[in-house]
Design a protein around this ligand. Sequence first.
Ligand code: ADP
Ligand code: MG
Length: 274
Amino acid sequence: MSAALIGEGASGDQRPGLGHLKPAGADFSHGVALYLDNISVSFDGFKALNGLTLAVDAGELRCVIGPNGAGKTTMMDVVTGKTRPDSGRAFFGQTIDLLALREAEIARAGIGRKFQKPTVFEQLTVFENLELALKADKRVRRSLRWRLSPEQADRVDEILTQIRLLERRDWLAGALSHGQKQWLEIGMLLAQDPAVLLLDEPVAGMTDAETERTAELLLELEGKHSIIVVEHDMAFVAAIARRVTVLHEGSVLAEGRLEQVKADPRVIEVYLGR
Ligand code: ADP
Ligand code: MG
């Protein structure tokens, strides 16, 4: 299929409750949103990923944990097209071959990524940041006049409520706390309505209260998006954990419920015991 067509037009999936989970072109009919198969990535002979196989379901909230250097960020780099693997396959839904798409095409297809450092526009208000993110979506920009349609304005308010910034809507983003900036950046991703959200250490540097509210936010987003969260904060992981994947030396060491993987002697040895 042509990458240029992805994300344009209405979703072809008419099943109630599932159609909004996927962009046009992505086929989630088997329930899988993201499938990495035997992915390997080498940097100067060092294997950052070594036969990584990972499947994430539509609407699933997945935590990925593991020691520094395990390959967690590299896994996200492969999914988003920033890094090309030496071998393996990567699919978005049943049919979209991620390894055939460029970074911008992957983002447009519906895979959004949040980096650790917030990159909001500090001189703009919270509302204006979200407005910009909405306009960055080609489908919106094409029909955009000088202001948002009532539907788009409603969508911004909905996101503001989700990210707990409705009361801060007219604040300059630069005046927000670190945690609030992180939420705003998540909101800017949500404005583009991604089927898959990748969050790399989203609660790093947050206060305990902000961490708790972030956990609530992610639980609210579960089912609406497939979310992969990489995090070291085990209290946060415990709050949001469903299925947990432990990466070690570029491949999956263990996978299952948090209690299961925490009791796994190999996980204790390489990660939790430290
Ligand atoms: P994690 O996010 O789990 O801490 P990373 O994916 O960042 O791990 O890194 C995995 C390994 O690959 C590390 O040993 C890291 O030093 C190495 N690595 C990552 N990116 C590069 C790169 N661009 N060039 C060289 N080595 C890299
Ligand atoms: Mg990392």
